[in-house]
Design a protein around this ligand. Structure first.
Ligand code: NAI
Length: 735
């Protein structure tokens, strides 16, 4: 058995040891033989007040257990006095634990000079003064162990803690340098970012978590780092709940954006931005020497080569890392503004016409029920595809001339407003190897103001780029479905005009393939072809007309596969099959019988669905869509997930501070169940979160752990199980 790590003969000063973490350290050191100075000013968490009670109590506790301790009641700002207490009582100082701290949480704009200064004085200056007072003694005795207490707020930032974050990360900078200056005298300095229940965290964490995250789960790391046999120096550790992890800096390989004898320009920076930020290939510099050696190296590289080495590096990253860095890559977000003009132009482009009085609502802004066609939402989200940005995804080399629009999925969460501005965020959801080509799935989320209004999945096919041994399918893909094997329930035909493509392109797809005969013949077509999304718009209109009386609020989702081109002037024939609220369809060119859109369907909102009524009564929470999607997805894989998770999660979704609805994800038996309402049996974990934050978590914009620690997400029960939830949200909640 390993021998116990002892501190007999060592003198340890713990600042702020009257409670919380400091107390746990003081008790643990004393229990293992150290003589301890228990320092505490005895004020409140905001830095007000003063009392000797806190320190005295801990000293008493240590002594009662047979340990050695003295109290000190000075503020850490009087660093010398604290060290003097150690020298007076025990004759030396071996270990300093800089732990004392206060909070002054305020949004940045409301942070006063006093808040800022006090936080810096206690955390950063206090640690400096106490450590400096001990430094010379440690140097002389050729031994010292120092701990700085940082915080996840400093490392990652945290709303309302600008001053605290700055001071806390300042401590890391201080420790980095002390670890270098102290090394030759056997003085080690390490930094911890703890998480523990204390009076400080009481304001942000629920009581049962405070209780569970014991300071005793942090203290053993501090003791190890301060033991004479520990060689660690200059390290940074996150620690809490019994877990410890080490952090380090990671740097991209970056890009050289300057050439010999040429000025360096912001344009060159912009052009290389993806590479500058590409974390597929990185280094982890451990020292300033290592860091600057790279930079000096660039100087001589530019001098000798005179050219930018970017492209060679870029290729290397493609071959070595596959598509790992491509998946999840965010394309530039953008906004699409539109008015009735664009909506009408689109409707005319996809064949809405005064021929049918029921179409008037799509092409006349004065109609009392003026509406945007639901499929207009694709046009509003397709800018990334049109801008050529796909060709610039690092790690992916695409010849845009070989790109075909393979499939399209659209889900609309509420009808498009008649005019507005949608912000759209697009990312690469997956890359699939189809042998003859490569399929890239692009997920695009469009927001009207803050509300998610539509989700598009563009599935683009790059001819000839497949066969690289990649996976053949993706669980991220929205799947096209075969039409039923019976005669269609309804058929609608519409002729396209010779000007159809000329008209449709005004909605934003300016590809000359659809208007310029020279261009289309180069691409191998007899004449310019119609846009696939134009045929798509025709077909969707047909389904909406036949099965929803042109009521756009009944439109929920559409999925199509583009099978063959259409020439302007040809007649489109949409064949439709009704299966519940799903309308399967395919579209043919009447003149040739060719299927041009295949395996397609539209999902309609049921007219008399009570659960939807409840939702609209409470103002339609976005989270409901996610729970419904999880439920759908679990149908196929539920058994497996139940095996892995084996827990029941109850959700309280709040709006305006009140619980608006409850949902249960029951993954304890069978293939699991998702339903609205509290858990039918008992829940293992209850999670309380607002509808908005829930969506942010699902969309990967809010880290659940951070939400938890900032109080935006509350959890009760066996919170360790919530870790498993992350897997569910990641894999099954994608809208
Ligand atoms: P705590 O409030 O229980 O303990 C801090 C102690 O420092 C108190 O006893 C207080 O009286 C004392 N103190 C405050 N100002 C002082 C001064 N000027 N001179 C001497 N003593 C003073 O808080 P907790 O949670 O134990 O925090 C300990 C350290 O850990 C703090 O530096 C805090 O910022 C840091 N930390 C704690 C986290 C947690 O989850 N508990 C998270 C990240 C950092």
């Amino acid at each position: 058995m390993a021998s116990q790590l002892r501190f007999d003969g060592r003198v340890v000063l713990v600042t702020g040891a009257g409670g919380g973490l400091g107390r746990a350290y003081a008790l643990a050191f004393a229990e293992r033989g150290a003589s301890v100075v228990v320092n505490d000013l005895g004020g409140d968490t905001k830095g007000g007040g003063k009392s000797s009670v806190a320190a005295d109590k801990v000293v008493e506790e240590i002594r009662r257990k047979g340990g050695k301790a003295v109290a000190n009641y000075d503020s850490v700002e009087a660093g010398e006095k604290l060290v003097k207490t150690a020298l007076d009582a025990f004759g030396k100082i071996d270990v300093v634990i800089n732990n004392a701290g206060i909070l002054r949480d305020r949004s940045f704009a409301r942070t006063s000079d006093e808040d800022w200064d006090l936080i810096h004085r206690i955390h950063l200056r206090g640690s400096f003064l106490v450590t400096r007072a001990a430094w010379e003694h440690m140097k002389k005795q050729n031994y010292g162990r120092i701990i700085m207490t940082s915080s996840a707020s400093g490392i990652y930032g945290n709303f309302g803690q600008s001053g605290y974050s700055a001071a806390k990360l300042g401590l890391l900078g201080l420790a980095n340098t002390l670890s270098i200056e102290g090394k030759k005298n056997n003085i080690h300095c390490n930094t911890i970012a703890p998480t523990a229940g204390s009076r400080m965290t009481k304001t942000v964490l629920p009581d049962d978590i405070i209780e569970a995250l014991k300071p005793e789960y942090v203290a053993p790391l501090v003791l190890w780092l301060c033991h004479e046999s520990c060689k660690e120096n200059g390290g940074l550790f996150e620690v809490g709940a019994g877990w410890i992890g080490k952090l380090r800096w990671e740097r991209t390989l970056g890009a050289v954006v300057r050439k010999k004898n040429q000025p360096m320009t912001p344009e060159a920076v912009k052009a290389n931005w993806a590479k500058i930020c590409d974390f597929d290939n990185t280094s982890t510099p451990q020292s300033i020497q290592e860091s600057s050696a790279g930079i000096i190296g660039v100087l001589s590289k530019i001098e000798s080569e005179g050219v930018s080495p970017n492209h060679t590096n870029h290729k290397a990253s493609t071959t070595t890392s596959g598509f790992a860095g491509v998946i999840g890559h965010n394309l530039s977000s953008f906004s699409s503004s539109y008015t009735e003009l664009e909506a009408i132009m689109y409707a005319l482009g996809v064949g809405a016409s005064v021929k049918d009085p029921k179409d008037l609502k799509f092409i006349y802004e004065g109609d009392s029920d003026f509406s945007c066609l639901p499929t207009f939402a694709v046009v509003l989200a397709q800018k990334s595809l049109m801008s050529g940005e796909l060709a610039n995804i690092p790690g992916l080399s695409i010849n845009l001339a070989k790109l075909l629009h393979g499939e399209q999925y659209l889900e609309l969460y509420k009808p498009l407003p008649r005019a507005g501005k949608l912000r759209c965020e697009t990312s690469v959801a997956d890359v699939i190897d189809k042998g003859s080509g490569l399929v890239i799935l692009l997920d695009a989320y469009s927001y009207f103001e803050k509300e998610l209004i539509s989700y598009n999945q563009f599935s683009v096919f790059i001819v000839g780029s497949g066969g690289f041994g990649g996976k053949r399918t993706s669980d991220k893909a929205k799947v096209a479905l075969a039409v039923p094997n019976r005669p269609p329930d309804a058929v609608l035909t519409d002729s396209t005009s010779l000007n159809q493509a000329a008209l449709y392109r005004l909605s934003g797809d300016w590809n000359p393939l659809h208007i310029d005969p020279n261009f289309s013949s180069l691409a191998g077509f007899d004449k310019p072809i119609l846009h696939g999304l134009c045929t798509f718009g025709f077909s969707a209109r047909h389904v909406l007309k036949c099965f929803a009386d042109n009521d756009v609020s009944r439109f929920k989702a559409i999925k199509v596969r583009f099978a063959k081109p259409v020439y302007p002037g040809q007649t489109l024939q949409t064949e439709m099959w009704k299966e519940g609220n799903r309308i399967h369809f395919q579209t043919k060119v009447q003149e040739t019988g060719d299927i041009v859109i295949s395996n397609a369907y539209i999902d309609l909102v049921p007219t008399s669905d009570t659960s939807l009524k409840t939702l609209s009564e409470i103002g339609k929470l976005q989270s409901a869509l996610v729970f419904e999607e999880i439920s759908r997805r679990l149908k196929d894989v539920g058994h497996e997930v139940v095996k892995k998770v084996n827990a029941v999660f109850e959700w309280h979704i709040t709006r305006g501070g009140n619980v608006a609805t409850k949902w249960t994800i029951d993954l304890k038996s069978g293939s699991g169940k998702v339903y609205e309402g509290p858990a039918k049996g008992s829940a293992d974990v209850t999670i309380i979160i607002s509808d908005e934050d829930f969506m942010q978590v699902v969309l990967g914009k809010l880290d659940p752990q951070k939400a938890f620690f900032s109080g935006r997400l509350k959890a009760k029960g066996n919170i360790m199980l919530s870790q498993k939830l992350q897997m569910i949200l990641k894999d099954y909640a994608k809208l």
